[in-house]
Structure formats: C-alpha cells, structure tokens
Design a protein around this ligand. Structure first.
Ligand SMILES: O=C(O)C1=C[C@@H](OP(=O)(O)O)[C@@H](O)[C@H](O)C1
Ligand SMILES: C=C(OP(=O)(O)O)C(=O)O
Length: 440
C-alpha cells in the first residue's frame, strides 16, 4: 500500500502532456508482434498494464525493446507464429491484456496459463470464454470463469459469427484477434458501438477488415483470416481517459486555466468532454489534427460553474472509464446529476459504482446509489469537506485513486487515498503532472 493525501494546492495552470493511450498501446504491441518485420511505436504508454502485454508477447516469441529515444521496436513472429510460453502469463491488473491475449492464443496451437492480481482475479472472463470456445479452443478456468485460467488454442480454428451480448470492446477485440489466424471470415455484430481502435489498427496493419451498418443499425465487422500483417510506424496519441482527470480538476479548482496537449478525441472515446460541456464546462479544442489515424487536439480548460444533468445512457460506452471522475465533477455542480446504464462499471478493477459512492460520501458528497448508476446532488461549486480521518479505499483501482485525488485537490480539508500504487498501471506520471500543473 502507498497512501497519500491530496489537498488544495491552488489553481492548475500552464501546459501539460498526458502519456499515450492505453488501448492503442496494447494493440500496437500485439499487432506489431504478429506482423513480419519491425514495427516502431512512438509515444507508447509505459504503464504496468501495457508492460504486462509486452512481457506476454515476448514470452510467445516477439522481440520488444525500448530505444534510448523512448520509441519501442517490436519484431513480430507473423500471424500463426506465436510460440508456446514456458511459464504462466502474468496479466497483473489488466483486463484488456487478458481478454485480447486469450483471443490471440485461442487460434494458435499453443497452451497458455493466465494469472493476475487480486482485482483481475475477480473479473468475469466467461464473456470471452463463451465465444472463443465456439472456435474450438478449450478453457479451464477458476469457478465463475475467473483467473487463473488455461487456454488450449485450437489446432484448426473455426471462424465465428458472433453478436455481442454486452457492449465491450474487449470482447469484440478478442473475437477479431482470434479471427486473424482462423481460415475464412470472422464476423462480429456490434449492436452498440464501442471503441474502434482494433478495427482501425487491424486495417492499418493491412488486414482485410470491413465495417457495415445493418438494417437494425448494428455494426457488422468482417475480418478475413490467415492475414498477413505488415509492420507499421505508429504514433500513439495522448490518452483521453488520463486527460479526463486533469480536465475535471481544472474545471472544479477555482482560478484554473490549463492546456492539455495532444489528447486523443476518437468519437468512440471522447463523450466525457461533451457531457462536461453540457454541464457548463469550458473546454476548448485547439489545433485539431490527426495523429496515427486518430483525431487529436490540445484542450484548454478553464474553471467553470457546472450544472447537474441527466446523462444520456447512450453515451456510456464512449466514456465507460470516465464515470468515476465525472462523479467527482457532479459532486461540485449546482443541482442533481443522474447517471444510468452503468452496470458494466461493477465489473471493472473494482465495483466503481459502490466504491465511488462510499468514497464520495466519506469526502462529504451527497450521493445515492441505484442498481445501475449514481444520483449526485452537488455542492454548487464549493469544495467537498474532505476525508482526513480515514483514508478512502481504492480496491486496487487506479481510476478510483485518481478520481479521489482530484476531489482532494478541490477539497477544503484534503482527501487521503489508501493506495496510490495502482496508478502506475495506466498513468505513471500522474503525481508529477499534478505537481507541475499546480506549481505553474
Ligand atoms: O478495449 C479496450 O482497450 C478497453 C475496453 C473497455 O473495457 P470493456 O470492453 O470491458 O468495456 C475499457 O473499460 C478498458 O479500459 C479498455
Ligand atoms: C477498465 C480498465 O482497464 P482494464 O479492463 O484493461 O483492466 C480501465 O483502465 O479503466
């Protein structure tokens, strides 16, 4: 455990740059490892989750090295070329690594054992075991479809047509990645769109992938198997899910005026910024451009008076990781914010609905928990009282730790967070950037 107290430091000012996008970083390592030849990745997120992916791909034969200039070089083995790992693959805290790599292993004639930390070992893997079993892969999991689990890849995998029962980019990506080494066409039907980084990057690496909208409005993604991936040069944009903490901090800490450079604004990721604007937040996009096939801009954020709203459940998939920090913004707004349709938050690194309800109440916020969301009555702009007597519990969840740190920056008495260590899974320089933005 690494506890730390976050308290008011004054406004956030100047310019900061957040590290690379976690979802894109994972995928660049995985696809680089499956291409024949050398892929160069600039701006890779060097968080523990991505390093778990890199270690696993090395254990299956890829060469992955960091260069002195910070770029990463990945020498791939080719689709079909993954080697049998000799030890268990340690996924740490990372759901994305686990589910996407289960897909890759499922269509290779190898066996792999996946293990993870206490948080990851509670998360449901049945959602990928179900479709991947239909390809011919075999799974032996802990009761309830949890880690540790063993995947025996299919020697002759069968292509799937799979309709996603849950809006999950991880499940979609697991099925598509299994399809890479499967003869024939793998089809994923996605009734509710989720982040599309896998589709964009598979195309970028030369896979034959098409997306069509059917008569019910669902996305139908088709991938031709036995693909030959060509190595790429990839520039990873800044992670909007990391920028989110600084956007909310700058909105709620009085006097703030902060520019966050190079923020990825893929429409399947950026709904938080729209919701905060609807609440009255001043978030300006400067110099909108394209980086590595993804839309990017610098965001100028100024402290604002926020007003509570009913958040449209349709936006949930495009800001699924941003609700903990949206709850913090809502706790500072005028009036009531209602969120619904957040069932998926209960199966992330922690149950993010209950854990945020408890943490915010402890800091003095007025919060009600429902089955699928929170109802928050804000202070109208004042900082929360703070949580000093007892640290808030973060349950090995980086996003809870960072959200409550942001609440602390705007609070009257400070917020003590019980464990900041998990922050290194997605945002290793979080505390340094707070120091630099509050010192400017
Ligand atoms: O595909 C991805 O990179 C991710 C998908 C989301 O998970 P789900 O697919 O479980 O919603 C998200 O919460 C996670 O942080 C990253
Ligand atoms: C849910 C998250 O990640 P993962 O599922 O990869 O653990 C997250 O980063 O908020």
């Amino acid at each position: 455990m690494r506890p730390r107290r976050f308290s008011a430091q004054g406004p956030l000012k100047g310019r900061i740059r957040v590290p690379g996008d976690k979802s894109i970083s994972h995928r660049s390592i995985m696809l680089g490892a499956l291409a024949v030849g050398e892929t160069r990745v600039t701006g890779l997120l060097e968080g523990e989750d991505v390093l778990s992916t890199a270690a696993a791909m090395r254990a299956m034969g890829a060469t992955i090295e960091r260069q002195a200039n910070g770029d990463w070089l990945v020498a791939g083995v080719g689709v079909g070329g993954l080697l049998q790992p000799t030890g268990a693959l340690d996924m740490g805290n990372s759901g994305t690594s686990t589910r996407l790599l289960m897909g890759l292993v499922a269509s290779h004639p190898i066996t792999a054992c996946f293990v993870g930390d206490a948080s990851l070992s509670k998360r449901p893997m049945g959602r990928v075991i179900d479709p991947l079993s239909q390809t011919g892969a075999r799974f032996t999991a802990y009761p309830g479809g949890r880690l540790p689990l063993i995947v025996e890849g299919a020697a002759t995998p069968v292509p799937l047509t799979y309709r996603l029962p849950v809006a999950s980019a991880q499940v979609k990506s697991a099925v598509l990645l299994a399809g890479l080494n499967t003869p024939g066409v793998t089809t994923v039907i996605e009734p509710i769109p989720t982040r599309d980084h896998s589709e964009r990057m598979l195309r970028g690496f030369g896979a034959d992938l098409s997306v069509e909208i059917d008569s019910d409005g669902a996305r139908v993604i088709r991938l031709s198997g036995e693909a030959e991936l060509k190595p790429q040069t990839i520039t990873v944009p800044g992670d909007p899910s990391s920028a989110a903490f600084f956007v909310v901090a700058a909105l709620i800490v009085p006097g703030s005026d902060l520019v966050i450079e190079n923020v990825g604004l893929n429409p399947t990721r950026a709904a938080l910024f729209d919701v905060l604007r609807l609440m009255g937040g001043s978030i300006e996009e400067l110099d909108r451009r394209d980086v590595g096939g993804e839309p990017v801009a610098d965001l100028r954020v100024r402290a604002s008076t926020l007003t509570g709203i009913d958040v449209d459940p349709a936006v949930v998939p495009s800001m699924v990781d941003e609700f903990p920090v949206l709850f913090v913004a809502a706790a500072h707004a005028q009036g009531r914010t209602v969120t619904r349709g957040l069932e998926e938050l209960r199966v992330k690194e922690s149950d993010r609905i209950t854990v945020m309800r408890v943490a915010l109440e402890q800091a003095g916020a007025r919060v009600q928990e429902t089955e699928d969301g929170l109802i928050i009555d804000g202070t109208g702009g004042e900082g929360l009282r703070g949580a000093n007597n007892q640290p808030v519990a973060t349950h090995l969840d980086h996003r809870i730790a960072m959200s409550m740190a942001v609440a602390g920056l705007a609070s009257q008495g400070g917020v003590e967070v019980d464990d900041t260590r998990p922050i290194t899974t997605s945002f290793p320089v979080f505390e340094q950037l707070i120091a630099s933005a509050t010192a400017a």
